[in-house]
Design a protein around this ligand. Sequence first.
Ligand code: HEC
Length: 462
Amino acid sequence: MTHVRSGSAPRERTKALCSSLLLCAASVAVASGGACSSAPGEGGDDSGSPSAGGAALTSSTVSSSASVTTGSGASASTTGNVSTTGTATSTATASGGTSTTAGTSTSTTTSTGTTTGGGAGGGSGWDGCDEFVPPSDCTIPEGLVLPGELRCTGLYSNWDERTLRCGVTAYAPAYELWSDGAAKQRYVWLPPESTIDVSNPDDWDYPVGTRFWKEFYVGPEGNQKLGETRFLVRAEAGWLYTAYVWNEAGTEANQINEGVEDLFGSGHSVPSREQCKTCHNGREEFILGWDFIMLGPGATGVTAQNLADAGQFGEFDPAYLNPAIPGDAVEQAALSYLHANCGVSCHNTTLDATALPSGLYLRLELAALDSVLSTGAAAGINQVPGSNAMFSDLPDQPPEGYYDFRPLDPDRSLVLARMTFRGSETAMPPIGTHVAHQAGVDMVRAWIESMTEERGYPAAAE
Ligand code: HEC
């Protein structure tokens, strides 16, 4: 806690925060003979070698005005950026304390037992944050551009105590991706005095230096433990990303880019870097869990409102702060579930989105929220599945064939059949899950069963 000053502390400009962390780490690596010039295992593009590498992660300066409070409720007039309040923020819960219709596991998980600083009622601001200096033995393995160990990425200021670095904020989006019941905790660090370009309100562009981490707590409910911490950092050349996999004792987390099957015998698979792209390429700007819907009402820790209040958006339409997902409760639940679980990643019209050829676009776009029928998901009603759609190994196939959604007919709705199925690439999603999500299946089934003509839906196609 010593690294946090109160909000009344003098606002001198601290020297560049170590958003140049990787630069710091890189110099360590260079000094020790490591290389950061090429990155076959990492990097935001296919060449894997953003010449920028660590060196692109130049520093930012400190703001003196903006303010963001966090989801813990305690008000903290922070200065300069998203900041944590004085409460424990690293206990992982699946939903960040609010219920989500996307329905992740609600099991609680092992706390990493850390707190963030910040005096009660006072602010912990950027200008109160000490520079993060990676431990002197941090290195970047040869051929990679990110540090070999999680402790070198700037998440924690004190590894042994797992103290979150000043300025790192825990958050949970309003709707979450199902990961077989794994509880998750997410963190963000935004460079001080930076703004997020939201001129495309469906695909935000982040300042260089932005970092996100996402922890997965795996294993049987009630006895979950931290298995992996995924990491994304915005370099000049694009996003760098990897997964740090914990040892069973919870004492170390090391970079692994090839994936791990059945981590700790929990059934959870750590994705490979290739798989990160399969989902994260669904946005030009790689970040899937931040948009006006995901950070709208229901989000905790960081919300779009917080970011707006802190002046951290470029120009935007304030109406976006309260995006109304159309429909009644059944429709809203299905649409938001499909947005988070299918739409932000693969099923959208981004050029590199994995499911672009499917013709089924399940992302909620701000310009198309007038009514349920104006959404991309509703365009899938009575739509014949794309010619590449897989369903040959589905059990109980209807002889009359499938539509993406067929009103009042769950059995002939391919989206539902594939969401329910597991065991091959026919499953939806095809990666990241081995167990169907009953709550999600129920939401989509309820929607299909509510598609009556009286309510404005088209009659089922034959
Ligand atoms: C099955 C699809 C999928 C795969 C594979 C995947 N992610 Fe994600 N990831 C998501 C979605 C969807 C979100 C946002 C929703 C959420 O967090 O529940 C997300 C969120 C994140 C976040 C928080 C910031 C953000 O984008 O919202 C990080 C960090 C992250 N992922 C890192 C990774 C890394 C690194 C890998 C590969 C090792 C990876 N992910 C693999 C789908 C995926």
